[in-house]
Ligand binder design. Sequence first.
Ligand code: GLY
Length: 575
Amino acid sequence: MIYLRDYTDSKLSRVLIYSVLALLLVSGIQCRRAPANPTGLITEKAMVVSAREEASAIGAAILESGGNAFDAMVATELALAVAYPYAGNLGGGGFMVYRKSDGDVGALDYREKAPLSATEDMYLDSLGNVIPGMSTNGATAVGVPGTIAGVFEVHRKFGSIPMERILDPVIALAEKGVVVTEKQADRLERYRDQIIEISGEETLFYTKCQKGDTLKYQSLANTLKRIRENGRDEFYRGETARKLAAFIQEKGGFITEEDLASYEAVWRQPIIFNYKDLRIISMSPPSSGGVTINQIFKMIEPYDIGDYGHNSAEAIQLLTEAFRRAYADRNFYLGDPDFVEIPLDFLLQESYLRERMSDFTLDRATKSEAVSHGTVEILESAETTHYSIVDAMGNAVSVTTTLNGAYGSKLYCDELGFFLNNEMDDFSSKPGVPNMFGLIGANANSIAPEKRMLSSMTPTIVEKDGALWLVVGTPGGSTIITAVAQTILNAYEFNLSMQQSVEAPRFHHQWLPDYIIFEPDGFPERTKDLLRSKGYEINEERTPVIGKVDAIRVLPDGRLEGGADPRGDDKAIGY
Ligand code: GLY
């Protein structure tokens, strides 16, 4: 220090030091803004990144044979229903955010909805207590599926090749079968007893699977063939609808033919906001993803997180405090916009978000009791799936789709060949439980006939300098939003390649419970110690894998870099 001061006494040295500092600053900024060298798959024109190689391959083949990103969306979505029944589905729902090559953006909501017979207290006993398992397991947990309506709506509006050409390779895959990977064999083993308990010993999944086995899905192929012949209405009004409604009711569930016949996918205005020189386009309610990620980015914008260091204690602190505040609002205000008034103008106002962070300091943690709104812990399950697509024309789609739990409700319809969701559990089964301030939280997400349950799915597209830059999303229940935020920041603020951004260790905080969870092995003890010393709780017992991000980055020369998450069997394929 003295040494430094001695030198700074001389004018020449001061000039030298300022010059070096200026150089460091400029090169630092340039370094952060200069595009990272790619480390993921690079392709010249088009790419699909999804949870399974078979699905990415089918989507990419559609692109290569002249289909556009929307045709490939239909193919990839349905191929995941075959190759990844853990989360891919015909019996679930999802959200798509798109950006066309001309810059037009939009979003499709094909989320499941509550049946017509649903009531606010349908999962409560006579004493008003939640009946364990009723909204999570078996037929009573099933919401009206939206996936087939979703893919047909996408194709109707934007498709460029006939539906038969898209469905044929998917049907062929179901008939030929899918080779079981090690991760898939583990998952099937983990959930086998529950699937058998709910779906019976006659179920396809009764037989134990080993890595390398081939699973064929003839019933699913037959259902898809009928859909190929009869179109969307086969699922909602035809033989499939009749069989599906009868099956669910026979198993004690609520969904009727009328419920299926009245299902519609809905086009929504996405949430769009700027973060520095990025323009971020994400999913609007009934997903909480876009609103919450918008709040997070606006709360951190005034701080130069890029200078804090990737996954440094300071960066974790800043993000944790933004996550905490955004999730508190998420739990209280958000629900199906067709049923509840969501004060978006207020929630997304910059002055409100700056005010929200006004008590943030790097010296110590804010306690969640001090941050108002909601008491309901987010208990959404992590078993969803995401895929990202860019076509040769520059159209991009970002899609997250789900059955909710692993294999959904575990109810497999053997005659039709697919699992049914347990999405009813994403509603607040017991709204009206007062929070610590006596506020009635979660009413916005209470159950009502034909209402859509709140989601965390965050399919997102990012523009930089007005051009397509990133397509990104992940499964992970309530951790989806924080994982997507971290992936974008990894690429933008910390200058990681797309693949590195996806691979980087992640952490999560969601206001309540008031602790941070870290992925295993990714964060040094000294970082955690520093956080503890500032009052942060760390849950050492829960160190789950957080998300499986599948993303695409457009490189400055127009080529594409894939980010396929090694936490799963995820794969980028393109040409
Ligand atoms: N079921 C997970 C979600 O919608 O966020």
